[in-house]
Write a protein that binds this ligand. Structure first.
Ligand code: DC
Length: 228
């Protein structure tokens, strides 16, 4: 199987990029952030505070998180419910960031993520895909975009969904979340040593072309390594 890891901070456009690459290559696209968001949603619905680590851990065995793929696109279910429409709010972002720092939560999702990669050609987007989840991925990207541009993009997404917020509020929440995600003890959101940095500030088609060229080079290389 070909595994592509696509890591980077929130709002860097990873999911748009990953979806486009997956469509071009006919791979499955997996958004691991959605899994943490779903746990965040379940924690909120259960009325558990994000600092009640023991209660969050106790909730995990009752959470059945699964994925479906429709036209190569990911659907995420909590039990039988498609929760895709509920997990992309500012509030759930904050829950997701908090729960994702709990080692037991990460362990709970690890096999789900690895199993997908074992069974499919996949482009998996997250924070620790290249470093922890798929250290042997044939291609690893770390996506970057300037902070202000990231906040602008996330703000537009939220407004389009009818959330009431300001660009500054989104910027500040995003920076706080970045700091939390990159400095946590477990699986911090940092580039793998062998990751290729992909600047996603410029023209989208050019970024896709660059990514596809790198994927071709790296996957040909790994095929050659397998044959020799
Ligand atoms: O990519 P996202 O914004 O949907 O991620 C939501 C949160 O989950 C974010 O705070 C970081 C965390 N996350 C993580 O810790 N590891 C991943 N592989 C993906 C997301």
């Amino acid at each position: 199987m070909i595994n592509i890891a696509l890591d980077g901070p929130s709002g860097a456009g990873k999911s748009t990029l990953a979806k486009a690459i997956a469509a071009k290559l006919g791979y499955i696209y997996t958004d691991t952030g959605a899994m943490y968001r779903t746990i965040g949603l379940a924690v909120k619905r259960a009325g558990i505070a994000t600092d009640s680590k023991a209660e969050i851990i106790a909730l995990l065995p009752s959470l059945k998180i699964s994925l479906g793929f429709v036209n190569g696109e990911q659907k995420i279910y909590l039990g039988e419910e498609d929760v895709g429409g509920f997990i992309r709010t500012n509030e759930i972002s904050a829950y997701a960031s908090k729960v994702s720092a709990i080692p037991e939560v990460r362990a709970h999702l690890l096999s789900l993520q690895r199993n997908i990669a074992a069974e499919h050609n996949v482009i998996m987007d997250g924070r620790d895909i290249g470093t922890v989840i798929l250290p042997n991925a044939q291609v690893k990207f770390f996506v970057t975009v300037s902070d202000r541009e990231r906040a602008r993009r996330r703000y537009k997404e939220l407004i389009a969904k009818g959330e009431v917020t300001t660009e500054q509020e989104v910027y500040e929440a995003m920076k706080a979340r970045d700091l939390q995600d990159s400095t946590r003890e477990i699986a911090p959101a940092i580039p793998a040593e062998d990751a290729v940095f992909l600047d996603n500030s410029g023209d989208f088609d050019t970024v896709i072309e660059t990514a596809l060229r790198i994927i071709r080079e790296k996957t040909n290389q790994s095929e050659r390594d397998c044959l020799s």
